[in-house]
Design a protein around this ligand. Structure first.
Ligand SMILES: NC(=O)c1ccc[n+]([C@@H]2O[C@H](COP(=O)([O-])OP(=O)(O)OC[C@H]3O[C@@H](n4cnc5c(N)ncnc54)[C@H](O)[C@@H]3O)[C@@H](O)[C@H]2O)c1
Ligand SMILES: O=c1ccn([C@@H]2O[C@H](COP(=O)(O)OP(=O)(O)O[C@H]3O[C@H](CO)[C@@H](O)[C@H](O)[C@H]3O)[C@@H](O)[C@H]2O)c(=O)[nH]1
Length: 331
């Protein structure tokens, strides 16, 4: 497409998160179809997060630009840097070689996800020992070398980026014959899956070892607050787990439509990555009531707040409100 329409030399900027060496593949394709037009490929990964996209765009913590270490490559890097310099302070604009920029994005997401899996792994130990995961996270986050962010224990991370990018990292490691490194990062996803099933098991055991026929209210379905995005949301695995045990699951999320919830629960893993018209629309296996209105929580036997780990009260672990609801009902 770019090759078809370009009549003069061009800079092509990768914004998407891509496997390392993608720029090389783009270079080769464009060189074959270039008809004398010369291209410089830059890697400029996007670091914004959903729910804070505009804020992140206006005030990014850093902008990363990778280019070829040739005079033409460096000129292209400078051209893009000048664009950002119109609103981003220069000391926040990092320039690197192409492969460092491509890999930095995958590595950043892997590190963020690793922190969540680490604190979630500790949450299992907290529940076994009586330690409070929020207190542990607060205490370790006070160490400046660790820092306080991305240490909220949760049902597991979701969203369209973390799992995909770690799997991409794992695949690249395998391609470069680094199975031990691949296994290390794969375990971040392993713990994430474990956390989701552990949560379901905890709900079931809190409800006398079965949720069959019991009404469970699920408040929040999107993968994080301030978004209606349900891609890879842990709510899908949790609801499926409960439906698998024949619970009557009532779901409420002010930003997610009932059709989307039904679509997600009927979908196979990763089908969200396929064009919409190929995605199934149907009834999920199991019984799911129509979109829950907030007042329905009063009639549910358990109420799970899934969406916003940040909204837990200090000292409260995931699932604690479940107990509170149960206690209120049995009282
Ligand atoms: N969503 C975010 O918050 C976010 C933040 C930073 C970076 N990113 C990265 O940006 C990219 C896009 O993310 P998104 O959330 O907008 O995803 P998306 O699924 O909403 O959009 C991807 C688009 O790419 C198209 N596409 C997929 N494969 C294609 C192909 N082979 N050729 C041409 N088009 C193709 C799809 O049809 C779709 O329109 C990803 O690489 C993601 O990792 C996303
Ligand atoms: O302490 C935390 C922080 C986050 N989460 C969960 O982790 C997931 C991802 O959250 P977040 O990173 O805030 O959202 P994304 O929009 O997926 O953004 C990530 O993925 C983007 C796409 O690659 C990157 O650009 C961003 O920098 C990176 O934060 C969500 O399910 C959160 O609930 C936790 O469980 N505990």
């Amino acid at each position: 497409m770019i090759g078809d329409v370009s009549r003069s030399d061009k800079i092509v900027v990768e914004k998407s998160t891509v496997p390392v060496k993608t720029a090389e593949a783009i270079e080769k394709i464009l060189a074959h179809n270039g008809r004398g037009v010369r291209y410089q490929i830059l890697s400029n990964p996007e670091f914004l997060a959903e729910g804070t996209a505009v804020q992140d765009l206006f005030s990014p913590e850093r902008v990363l630009i990778g280019g070829r270490e040739t005079p033409e490559g460096q000129a292209a890097v400078k051209a893009l840097k000048d664009v950002y310099a119109r609103w981003v302070p220069e000391d926040r604009i990092i320039t690197t070689n192409l492969w460092s920029a491509e890999l930095s994005k995958l590595a950043a997401n892997a590190f963020l996800a690793q922190r969540i899996s680490s604190v979630n792994a500790i949450s299992a130990l907290c529940e076994a020992t009586g330690a409070d995961v929020a207190e542990v996270a607060y205490s370790i986050g006070k160490d400046k070398r660790i820092g306080p962010r991305f240490l909220s224990a949760s049902v597991g991370f979701g969203g369209s980026c973390f799992q995909k990018d770690i799997l991409s990292l794992v695949y690249i490691c395998e391609c470069y014959a680094l199975p031990e490194v691949a296994e290390y990062w794969r375990q971040v996803i392993g713990i994430n899956d474990y956390q989701k099933s552990r949560f379901v098991n905890r709900v079931v055991s809190s409800m006398f070892n079965t949720v069959a026929g019991k009404k469970v209210a699920v408040l929040g379905f999107a993968f994080k607050k301030d978004t209606g995005d349900t891609r890879e949301t842990p709510a899908i695995d949790v609801c499926r787990g409960l439906l698998g045990d024949k619970a009557v699951v009532c779901i409420y999320d002010p930003q997610v439509t009932e059709e989307q919830v039904r679509r997600d629960l009927a979908m196979k893993k990763f089908d969200w990555d396929h064009p919409r018209h190929l995605q199934p629309v149907g009834e999920p296996a199991g019984q799911q009531e129509s979109r829950l209105q907030p007042h329905v929580r009063r009639h549910a036997e358990a109420c799970l707040h899934l969406r916003w780990p940040q909204h837990r009260r200090p000292g409260e672990a995931p699932g604690d409100r479940l107990h509170r609801v149960l206690h209120r009902q049995t009282a």
